[in-house]
Design a binder for this molecule. Structure first.
Ligand code: ZN
Length: 75
């Protein structure tokens, strides 16, 4: 995809490169750490940007996890 080569950092205008980053989610009931999530990383300020596709997967994951956690807590 050509789009991925044209990404610019929203904050500093720096060049963003596709890489894999660790991503953590901290909630009251659980802490989740995902390793190697594909993302764009700014070479200048280290700002991270996730693609819509990855964001959707993560949101789906959280939704499932939250319902499972709830089930566990009311067991
Ligand atoms: Zn930047």
């Amino acid at each position: 995809m050509l789009k991925s080569y044209l990404k610019k950092c929203f904050y500093c205008g720096g060049k963003m490169e596709k890489t894999k980053v660790g991503y953590s989610i901290n909630r009251k009931d659980y802490h989740l750490y995902l390793e190697e999530v594909p993302a764009y990383l700014c070479a200048t300020c280290k700002e991270r940007l996730f693609d819509e596709g990855e964001v959707k997967v993560i949101q789906k994951l959280i939704k499932h996890l939250e319902s499972d956690v709830r089930q566990l807590q009311t067991a």
